[in-house]
Design a protein around this ligand. Structure first.
Ligand code: SF4
Length: 225
């Protein structure tokens, strides 16, 4: 059983081994862990991830079939307007801002990128409404580019596990990425999200049934940290 003082003294090599073991156990527990958004191509993936901020994946999956049917290419979105797009995505949080960003982003993809997504994470981040985390999810799933984007679950769970003390998602990602080979980054991202949703919940972590409790200095935590 590891504790907080052992984590404080832990070498980087030991922390890397502990993280790899955490990923191995979570993989064994949840081999089915995968992105919960429905999409069929890279453009649909980008749209879904953009819509998912401040909204649940389930709601996004309810909204996107009609959206994807009406707008099969970036040019189709570009020919629409933020107001019309907004009508179609009203069920997702922050829909006005998302409709505006979606229209501008698709206009740029159609105009500047031949209708295809830029393949580099940095280039994707130049598009309106596309942050570092969104771009990481997209390059990872669409192009197989190693990335370990940090959302609220990845951040909370990795801090509880004593893998980082950082709060800033980009710093958390840097620290986590430095501990694992890049072939595991995408799986670590997915598995930590699923673990955060199923077991290490924000307000009520289920430590008694957690498969990595002996590797976690915060087992028994009662509420959101
Ligand atoms: S032991 Fe508890 S706090 Fe630690 S990872 Fe598991 S559920 Fe989260």
């Amino acid at each position: 059983m590891i504790n907080a003082s052992a984590v404080a003294r832990e070498s980087k090599a030991d922390r890397a081994r502990r993280f790899a073991e955490i990923v191995r156990r979570l993989e064994k527990e949840m081999p089915e862990a995968k992105i919960a958004l429905n999409y069929e191509d890279e453009l649909q993936l980008l749209v879904s991830v953009m819509l998912s901020a401040q909204s649940t994946d389930a709601v996004v999956n309810q909204v996107t079939p009609a959206l994807f049917a009406r707008y099969p290419t970036a040019a189709h979105y570009a020919r629409s307007t933020p107001e019309i797009l907004g009508e179609q995505i009203k069920r997702v949080g922050l829909w006005r801002a998302k409709a505006k960003n979606l229209h501008e982003t698709m206009t740029r993809i159609a105009r500047d990128h031949g209708g295809h997504l830029p393949r580099k994470r940095e280039e994707l981040c130049e598009l309106p409404g596309v942050g570092w985390k969104t771009a990481g999810v997209v390059v990872n799933h669409a192009f197989g580019t190693p990335a370990l984007p940090v959302d609220t679950h990845v951040g909370r769970v990795s801090r509880r596990l004593g893998l980082t003390r950082e709060e800033d998602p980009r710093k958390v990602e840097q620290e986590l990425s430095a501990l694992l080979p890049d072939r595991l980054w995408g799986r670590a991202h997915q598995l930590l999200i699923w673990h955060g949703r199923r077991t290490c919940e924000s307000r009520r972590p289920h430590c008694s049934r957690c498969v990595v409790r002996d590797l976690c200095p915060r087992r028994g935590v009662k509420e959101s940290d």
